[in-house]
Ligand binder design. Structure first.
Ligand code: SAM
Length: 210
């Protein structure tokens, strides 16, 4: 792609992400903590801003960056967020407090597949960003928890080019590759959803439940 246009696209994404949030995200990225790429974060914020959800479910809290972004973009929303790693769970708790958002957050500690039955239902926005090989197993559960008119936003669906085959997946990532392909097949062929898959960041799918 033309370098000028590429930079322009990235710059546009950067300017729409809140500077305080960007600084917070950048500090963690520098420490090697995985958080959303700017382009994907920008798209997530855009969908949340348009949807104005009241009840958000997130898989993969990490240290809270995407959760904070979702809450800032959706001022009337409550966030239900699941993390299996205790250290991240507590760090996210501190971060939600720092941003003055704790009152709107319900954190769950445990594996997504075990905890998902405890979070309630009636969600109008789901952000899927945990273990990539679990998306396909979580999908039927998410479908049941999502309201009609709700959005499922999933990150890393093209995982490093391995899913399309553009980049050959190392053997150790074969399960992720096969399971993610199955997830994409499931959401794309499900007549109850309208789905679009794009190569933004590490690949993003957005599905609208009819
Ligand atoms: C890519 S990071 C999430 C980044 C975060 N959403 C953000 O953008 O700030 C993935 C997180 O999911 C957590 N995770 C992975 N598999 C999980 C599972 N099966 N259940 C719950 N959490 C999981 C990891 O510990 C990690 O913190």
């Amino acid at each position: 792609m033309n370098e000028y246009v590429t930079n322009l696209i990235l710059k546009n994404a950067e300017t729409t992400v809140d500077p305080e949030l960007k600084k917070f995200r950048d500090e963690y990225r520098q420490k090697g903590v995985p958080t959303l790429l700017t382009e994907s974060l920008n798209l997530l914020i855009m969908f949340a801003t348009m949807k104005k959800p009241l009840k958000i479910l997130e898989f993969g809290t990490s240290v809270g960056c995407s959760g904070i972004a979702l809450l800032k973009a959706s001022e009337n929303a409550e966030l239900y967020t699941i993390e299996r790693y205790e250290k991240s769970y507590f760090e996210a708790k501190e971060n939600f407090e720092k941003f003055g958002l704790s009152g709107r957050v319900h954190q769950f500690l445990g594996d997504a597949l075990d905890v998902v039955d405890e979070v309630g239902d009636g969600f109008d926005f789901v952000f899927l960003d945990c273990n990539k090989s679990k998306y396909k197993d979580l999908y039927p559960k998410i479908k049941g928890l999502l309201r009609s008119g709700g959005i499922l936003f999933a990150d890393n669906v093209l995982f490093r080019g391995y899913i399309t085959g553009e980049v050959k997946a190392p053997h150790r990532h074969n399960t992720i590759k096969n399971n993610m392909r199955e997830f994409l097949r499931l959401i794309s062929e499900d007549g109850d959803f309208i789905t679009t898959v794009s190569d933004v960041g590490d690949g993003v799918s957005v599905s609208y439940k009819k």
